[in-house]
Design a protein around this ligand. Structure first.
Ligand code: C2E
Ligand code: MG
Ligand code: MG
Ligand code: MG
Length: 292
């Protein structure tokens, strides 16, 4: 969408297109090429059980390995992917790639690691996500309970009946559903009654300042309480310090994720980080292939 800036003058498309819009058009073309050239890859961030501090799974986070600019994070290119519709193809690729990776970890003897995949609200609007999930599970033969779909509150809140049906179909397949960035959307909690989820991910903005801000700590406590009464698992996002991990564990938070435990990393490094000595896992390198 070309946005006319300055003085409220609306120019013709060609000359009125501002720098931001021009960049978006250029990026769309590059992103299209990136798909063809397999420049997209998944990085994996460990998710930890706060009771025993063991890695129970990973969140798949999309990266664009640009030939000149290096790794580009999704904040930069996802808006373009969503505007252009490329998100559908990208989203399908992410889902398949994530399931295949989780199966490779199992085959490498790393156990039942869960894999969490982000699905954007745009995807639910036009795609049958449950069909994509069904094909990805069938193609990879990943046990459904090891897949988790991360959605935002708004998807359920503003969800048309068709979207809620799609979500129910996903859960009926045995796949888990988590609400991402919990506490940041414009929502009432009533949606938790309309649609049953497995997990709430407390947004990192509450975790970041929980040590000094008593209202953040209170919100976190309340969400953990909500989890207990509604029988939902609670995950804290953005844990960067030992103190935060300790406070969260003491408050009864089930799981955590953040730089303190591990940054998003390529599969090879994720696998290495799983060994207790922080050394290479025997056989891991030869068995676990990098995506792509
Ligand atoms: P998200 O799903 O809430 O993912 C968490 C983001 O926080 C990630 O940013 C992660 O790298 C970052 N993070 C993790 N731990 C920490 C920490 O301790 N401190 C700080 N400051 N940040 C931390 P990333 O990878 O840039 O992803 C941004 C967002 O892009 C994600 O937020 C998600 O909404 C979206 N996204 C990522 N991958 C995909 C994908 O495959 N498909 C879709 N549709 N969206 C994706
Ligand atoms: Mg997420
Ligand atoms: Mg999040
Ligand atoms: Mg987010």
């Amino acid at each position: 969408r070309a946005k006319a800036e300055g003085g409220g003058v609306f120019c013709s498309f060609a000359e009125g297109m501002d720098e931001t819009a021009r960049q978006a058009v250029a990026m769309e073309a590059e992103l299209r090429r990136a798909l063809v050239r397999s420049e997209l890859e998944l990085h994996f961030q460990p998710q930890i059980d706060l009771r025993d501090r063991r890695v129970i799974g990973a969140e798949a986070l999309l990266r664009w390995h640009h030939p000149e600019r290096g790794f580009i994070t999704p904040g930069v290119f996802l808006p373009v992917a969503e505007e252009s519709g490329l998100i559908y193809e990208i989203g399908e690729w992410v889902l398949n790639e994530a399931c295949q990776q989780a199966v490779r970890w199992r085959q490498a003897g790393l156990g039942d690691l869960r894999i969490a995949v982000n699905i954007s609200p745009t995807q639910f609007r036009k795609q049958s996500v449950s069909s994509l999930v069904r094909s990805a599970l069938a193609a990879s033969r990943l046990p459904p309970e090891l897949l988790e779909i991360e959605i935002t509150e708004n998807v359920v809140m503003q969800g048309a009946e068709r979207v809620l049906k799609d979500l129910r179909d996903i859960r009926d397949q045995g796949v888990q559903v988590a609400i991402d960035d919990f506490g940041t959307g414009y929502s009432s909690l009533a949606y938790l009654k309309r649609f049953k989820v497995d997990r709430l991910k407390i947004d990192q903005c509450f975790v970041q300042t929980m040590e000094e801000d008593i209202s953040d700590a209170a919100i976190i406590d309340a969400v953990i309480g909500l989890g207990k009464s509604l029988d939902l698992q609670i995950v804290a996002e953005g844990v960067e310090r030992a103190e935060q991990a300790d406070l969260l564990a003491r408050a009864g938070c089930d799981e955590a994720q953040g730089y303190y435990f591990g940054r998003p990393m390529p599969s090879k490094l994720f696998v290495k980080s799983l060994s207790p000595q922080g050394m290479m896992v025997a056989g891991g390198e030869s068995v676990v292939r990098e995506p792509g």
